[in-house]
Design a protein around this ligand. Sequence first.
Ligand SMILES: [Zn+2]
Length: 436
Amino acid sequence: MSLAPADVTAVFLAGGKGTRLGLGDLPKPMVDMHGLPLLQRMVEGLAAQGVRRFIILAGHGAAHIEAHFAAHAPAGAAVEIVIEDAPLGTAGSFTQLREHLDRPFLVVYGDVLFDADIARFLAYAGEKGGAGTLYVHPNDHPEDSDLVDAAEDGRVRAFISKPHQNPDCGNLVNAAFYLFDPVVLDYLPARAEGVIDWGADVLPGIAARGEHALYAYRGSEYLKDIGTPKRIERGRNDFAAGTVAARSYLKPQRAIFLDRDGVLNREIDGVFRPEMLELIPGTGAALARVNKSGLLAIGVTNQPAIAKGFMSFEDLRAVHNRLDWALAEDGGGYLDDLLYCPHHPETGFEGERPELKIACECRKPAPGMLLAAAARHNIDLSASWMIGDHARDIEAGLAAGLECWMVGGGSHPEARSAATAAAAIETILQEQGLSS
Ligand SMILES: [Zn+2]
């Protein structure tokens, strides 16, 4: 099913008190964001992308919100204010909205500052279907975060709450920005008694039951809550500096692409299990500098061991989960995305998977993975980089128009050289004036 901004209702949860932000009687979403209330900026941002129908769930200070939007609704959009009977939590309050929601709806927390390419998010959600799609971020401290365990096809398998010890999942966290089909309302009681939250109470049950699928949409756009004085200060600074808008996939992004084996982790003859993965020290810290710079960090790796039958997709997922954790442990870095080619062109291996024994367009030196990542994250390849340790990495990078770096001792006539990925990253960031 295709899904576009005009097809959805955006529901803002705007019942929070602003006392912690020193707002007195004003509700939290009415906090000033560079001259306008945050809520108005967020509503206008969605309206500018084609969302036409808004519901604002208000509680504390609802009169302020009603008065404001009576005078400041975006042109061509309908803004309806619904007043919560009592604070029922982020999901509980939707028991009041059943008759308002007969089509897919976005859930937006009123204390979140964001700028995101909504059409891109909705296109993914529409293609996946199911009960809904959650926006998830890779993060740099999985050890003390609530995590979302997603399968290779994006389907959410479980929600893993802290405290946890080395769960078999990656580093994805729930950004609390959802697209739901109205079927999720069937998972709520007829009337909420007490507080019910989407993240804590409802979504884990949907994932565990498995009747309706939930999907994770992985993105690195700006979506941060401003619920404390420190966070609102950071949000205002980021907004004023243009950082919030710059991270949106509506704007072209720049990326550093990295091969995996020999660049992020030590090259051995096949990393088939998580415990075989050994990170090259300093790589996580170097990626942390990329993460802070505003450039994307994207892994692109040939994994023909899958086609050859040496490992399964699930084995590879376990290895990549381990890689996420290793990068976090080694200085708090993360990959914004990691693409792999499971194919291999030559037949003749015992136990091989014939359907993957093809001449594909993703196996480096072909540039297919780079092009796919560029489409997914709106990357300007002509302003991006490739770091590899093999001629095929460099050839893929050159075919995609990237500036290329060879690391690990090799050389290539059309690539610059550095000892390690960390050293190449340091030079790239310095030359771009992004080194902090
Ligand atoms: Zn391939």
